[in-house]
Design a binder for this molecule. Structure first.
Ligand code: SF4
Length: 104
């Protein structure tokens, strides 16, 4: 399955949630998580994340490997997010600080 990693925290651009064909995103106040049981590995969400937070679990850099477990544990406990959410305050600045822009 695909995994949402640290760059998502404090962002919530949530372009990803609307493209997912099986609605496997769940969210809290800060970020989203993918339910690995529901994810069909289509990769449709990956290019939509402006902060490149989404990886296939097999491709995770070593320092991000723990996010597989975090997504699996958190997603089932949280509500599904299927519509784009209001952007969190400071998200645009955060994206720029991480070296990303809406165009990459
Ligand atoms: Fe949904 Fe496909 Fe992304 Fe999995 S890889 S979360 S099924 S859009």
């Amino acid at each position: 399955p695909f995994v949402v990693t640290d760059n998502c925290t404090g962002c919530r651009f949530t372009d990803c949630v609307e493209v997912c064909p099986v609605s496997c995103f769940h969210g809290d106040d800060d970020r989203v998580y993918i339910d690995p049981v529901a994810c069909i590995d289509c990769a449709a969400c990956v290019p939509l994340c402006p902060v490149q937070a989404i990886y296939e679990d097999l491709d995770l850099p070593e320092e991000k490997e723990h996010w597989t477990e975090v997504n699996a544990e958190k997603a089932p406990t949280l509500p599904k997010i299927i519509k784009k959410q209001p952007l969190l305050e400071g998200a645009e600045e955060r994206m720029e600080a991480l070296g990303f822009s809406r165009d990459n």
